[in-house]
Write a protein that binds this ligand. Structure first.
Ligand code: AMP
Ligand code: MG
Length: 338
């Protein structure tokens, strides 16, 4: 099939793709998503096929405003309103109990559903015009880094989807945090643009799922099913080095091989002359690192590198999301200095 390139002016064409059961590349503030009618099991099934996504990995339902929650969720706790008032539209997904109208195909059979209202006006307009929630995971082939531009999504999805709406590069760059509100205290299943610190400020105590910081053993079942899969990975193996940036740069420079690639902060490019280098922004600018991390990981698939070394930010603020994606790309192959 030929994938149509749409612009934000084409919202009604895009809504028609959703209404007709097709697949649509949607921009959001986090990453580009692979959207379909979330109430139509056949349309939802096409998402899994296009991505090569395991059937037990549920999708997130995207809605244009918080007042749609009641159509699809029940037993909604007061924290959901607190979070929606503070952070929606925005990079935050809440896990709530689903109503029967939400097909098991979208939730991998779970009785809960992930709900999000994205901070992207054209996407909210498309969903409102389609008048159905849009189920969407990230728009990459399963296992690859998530796409933060329409061009990156087309690398994986050109010819597999009806259309994509190009609204420019994503402002946040890592997927939304996922907070499970069906448990007490609320539990962070995946870190993202709304930070753990902001969630604690809004909710009080927030538990952090173990899968955020460590590798799940075979047979272990994390609460966010997606967290058990190898993810975000470029073709070459990745080693993450944590610690003071001066030290991590020196450590990598001393150990890298002839054909190693490096992901580093802007200030450290000079340590790795003669090697393929992807910078992710200044060491102190974690928001920029979030915007660029997936592009950096993707870039190495076009370069002849044997392995990749990466400087890692610390875990504060959105750094927790950046380190989580890097660690997963590295299969949790992490070296901690100091
Ligand atoms: P993606 O945006 O591609 O990362 O996919 C959506 C993510 O949301 C996956 O990691 C899912 O495992 C997670 N997710 C979606 N629905 C639920 C749910 N009901 N409970 C827990 N995790 C969920
Ligand atoms: Mg994904």
């Amino acid at each position: 099939m030929e994938t149509k390139r749409l612009t934000p002016a084409d919202a009604s064409d895009a809504a028609r793709v959703i209404r007709c059961g097709g697949l649509l590349g949607i921009p959001t503030e986090t990453v580009y998503g692979l959207g379909a009618n979330g109430l139509d099991p056949a349309a939802v099934g096409r998402i899994f096929t296009a991505k090569g996504r395991p059937q037990d990995n549920p999708l997130i339902l995207h809605i244009p405003s918080a007042d749609w929650l009641e159509r699809f969720c029940e037993d909604i706790p007061p924290q959901a309103k607190t979070l929606a008032d503070r952070f929606w539209p925005g990079p935050l997904t809440m896990i709530l109990k689903r109503k029967a109208i939400v097909p098991g195909a979208a939730t991998a059979g779970l009785d809960t559903v992930g709900m999000r209202c994205p901070d992207c006006a054209v996407t909210r307009e498309i969903i409102a015009l389609a008048d159905v929630p849009v189920a969407a995971p990230s728009g990459n082939t399963s296992g690859r880094p998530s796409p933060t531009t329409a061009a990156a999504m087309l690398e994986d999805m050109d010819g597999k989807i009806q259309a994509i709406v190009d609204a420019g590069p994503c402002a946040v760059g890592v997927e939304s945090p996922i907070v499970d509100l069906t448990v007490t205290p609320p539990r962070l299943l995946r870190p993202g643009g709304v930070t753990l610190e902001e969630l604690e400020d809004a909710l009080g105590e927030v538990a952090v799922d173990e899968a955020v910081r460590r590798l799940m053993a075979p047979g272990e079942h994390p609460k966010a099913p997606g967290m058990k899969y190898r993810h975000y990975a470029p073709k070459a193996p990745v080693t993450v080095v944590k610690g003071d940036p001066d030290e991590t740069a020196g450590y990598i420079a001393a150990r890298m091989g002839e054909a190693s690639g490096v992901i580093c902060f802007d200030e450290y490019r000079g340590y790795f002359r003669g090697h393929p280098v992807e910078t992710i922004g200044p060491a102190a600018d974690q928001a920029e690192q979030a915007r660029r991390i997936f592009d950096a990981l993707r870039a190495f698939d076009h370069l002849p590198v044997t392995d990749i070394w990466a400087q890692s930010p610390d875990d504060s603020g959105i750094g927790l999301a950046v380190t989580n994606r890097l660690n997963k790309a590295a299969g949790f192959h992490i070296i901690e200095l100091g």
